[in-house]
Design a protein around this ligand. Structure first.
Ligand code: FEO
Ligand code: CA
Ligand code: CA
Ligand code: CA
Length: 578
């Protein structure tokens, strides 16, 4: 069959207009397929999904809820492993009324968190992909959930603050929670950020940890009531259990028997995700955001260097890179707005290495377990909710989504990097490492996008004429096609229409030309985005369709993907229509 161009990086398209339809809409000439939905079988023995007949045992074998990060690891031939985060659950959308006890709802919801590894293969239409439904042909499939054992690595592993009665070693944690964004490492593993983990702990906080809990929003109270089915989620039972969440997780998706890791060297905060680039020196550099109003951008630089090669030995060596090195937090200084640009210089301030703390009065383990408190002591820049931070493999710059911060200008004074009072629509920040070297401590920065309605004076689109861009609000995840275009997905569109995914050239005459490539259904956020397969495929996750806006199971606000009378979070792939 003749191949058409199909290149998502170069094909011109007419942008999708803002809308509130309960559907995925792609730019004309493109289409999409649903690859896998909440409840679809991942492991052999999974029952066919039935919302009225869910169970904890079934959930451990089915695709989890609220898909977020999407990675694709090519395996053999036309096959690949789709690796997906399941960030959280919407019980109000998952369970028909009067069908389950409270305890059943908790146990099932817990197991709908975590991650999935799913074998997929190319479809007939170039750019399309589908799940391998014969699970005998999918031996690498895996569900990681609340009962999956993780090994803590790095300098804080084994620290007293990480010990519980079930784990006196402080080195072995069951489960991962609120996994938001992520990335695929240059050595073929997947990193995943544990974000809003504070919400899972209930009960009465230990007063001796009041400062540490407060900085992480761990307030106890009723929470999700999980301690009723698993006592470790009660703060009064296990005051250290929350310290075992809020890490960057690393999973080797090609080996379903491998023990996933939580890397203490990358610090503990509300990790949106982590993105690794190999610096010229061979060191692995991970960029990270802490998604909270007024929190920080971080980076880690490894001591060791990358071992090239695709063999098992190289992978094993590379999987140690994130255990030793230096953790930094970012300070951004503006050069004044008289130049008509929000821009300036920046410094990465070291917090600790694996053997030495640079924060007075805190040990290395304390810096890593209470990273927010350590960072507070060195004067970094309080940002407008740093979400995904990723490097552009073509131009070598780094892009951070700063999703919004309605308290900017009140609780947090404006500065040149966070210039809009009551920031509802967010920014995309562009960082340029000094001398193009990711391992060094200096950079320059500018705001590539000040998001919002182009008709609004405060918006900025990299200098591109505003009458030719799509409105964009609340950037969350970023990725790149192999021509270096930035792709942005949004969460929480404050302009009143559905969220979506946008293509943005960052170099040349079209720099800043924001074009909406697709919109997602009512109440959902767009996640994942991943350009794969030579720019032919755009994978994306539709997370929490039907959330908010008074939706209930009986009178659904969304029923997408319209396989039933209730919505189902799903991973999709968009590609050029035949
Ligand atoms: Fe889960 Fe910061 O988005
Ligand atoms: Ca300036
Ligand atoms: Ca996110
Ligand atoms: Ca978000």
């Amino acid at each position: 069959a003749a191949r058409t161009t199909q290149d998502l990086g170069t094909t011109p398209f007419r942008p999708v207009a803002p809308n509130t339809v309960d559907a995925v809409r792609t730019a004309p000439g493109f289409t999409h397929d649903v690859v896998i939905r909440w409840g679809d079988a991942v492991l052999r023995g999974a029952p066919k999904f039935d919302a009225r007949n869910q169970s904890p045992a079934a959930a451990e074998r089915q695709f989890g809820y609220n898909c977020d990060y999407v990675g694709l690891i090519p395996t053999t031939g036309d096959k690949a492993l789709l690796v997906v985060n399941h960030e959280y659950t919407n019980e109000e959308l998952m369970f028909p009324a009067d069908t389950y006890t409270d305890d059943e709802i908790k146990l099932i919801s817990m197991r709908n968190h975590g991650m999935s590894v799913v074998t997929v293969k190319r479809g007939l239409v170039p750019g399309s992909w589908r799940q391998v439904k014969n699970l005998r042909r999918a031996p690498q499939n895996r569900r990681i959930h609340i009962e999956t054992a993780f090994a803590l690595t790095g300098p804080a592993a084994g620290d007293d603050r990480l010990k519980t009665s079930a784990d006196p070693s402080g080195r072995r944690v069951f489960g991962t929670l609120n996994n938001c964004a992520g990335s695929t490492t240059p050595w073929g593993t997947v990193l995943s950020g544990e974000e809003n983990f504070n919400q899972y702990f209930d009960g009465v906080p230990d007063p001796s940890l009041a400062t540490e809990y407060a900085r992480y929003g761990i307030a106890g109270g009723e929470g999700r009531g999980w301690s009723g089915v698993d006592p470790r989620f009660g703060l009064g039972n296990e005051p250290n259990e929350p310290h075992r969440f809020g890490w960057v997780v690393e999973v080797d998706p090609t080996d379903p028997t491998s023990t996933p890791m939580k890397h203490t060297m990358l610090g503990r905060f509300k990790h949106e995700g982590a993105d690794v680039v190999i610096a010229r020196s061979g060191q692995a550099v991970a960029y990270m955001g802490d998604d909270e109003r007024g929190d920080y951008l971080y980076k880690f630089v490894s001591s060791g260097t990358f071992t090239p090669g695709t063999g098992r030995r190289a992978k094993r060596a590379n999987m140690r890179l994130l255990t030793e090195g230096t953790l930094y937090v970012a300070r951004l200084t503006g050069d004044g707005t008289g130049d008509g640009e929000y821009d300036g210089t920046g410094a990465w301030i070291p917090l600790c290495t694996d053997t030495e703390s640079f924060v007075e009065g805190m040990t290395v383990a304390e810096v890593l377990v209470f990273t927010r408190l350590a960072a507070d002591a060195v004067g970094p820049t309080r940002m407008d909710r740093p979400e995904d931070v990723e490097h552009n493999p073509v131009n070598g710059k780094v892009y951070a989504a700063l999703t919004n911060n309605t308290q900017r200008g009140t609780r947090f004074p404006v500065d040149e990097a966070n210039p809009v009072s009551g920031n509802r629509n967010g920014y995309v920040l562009e960082l340029t490492p000094a001398r193009g070297n990711h391992a060094v401590a200096r950079f320059t920065w500018n705001l590539l996008l000040v998001c919002g309605d182009p008709a609004s004076a405060e918006t900025y689109f990299g200098g591109f004429p505003k009458d030719d861009v799509s409105p964009i609000s609340c950037p969350d995840n970023v990725t790149f096609d192999d021509r270096g275009n930035l792709w942005v997905s949004t969460d929480g569109n404050a302009l009143g229409s559905n969220d979506g995914i946008f293509r943005v050239p960052v170099e040349g005459p079209e720099r800043g030309k924001v074009q909406q490539f697709l919109t997602v259904p009512r109440g959902s956020e767009a996640c994942g985005p991943l350009i794969a397969d030579g720019n032919r495929s755009l994978f994306f996750a539709v997370q929490h369709p039907g959330e908010d806006d008074g939706s209930t199971f009986e009178t659904p606000f969304s029923t997408w993907p319209h396989t039933n009378d209730f919505p189902r979070p799903s991973v999709c792939v968009a590609f050029q229509a035949r």
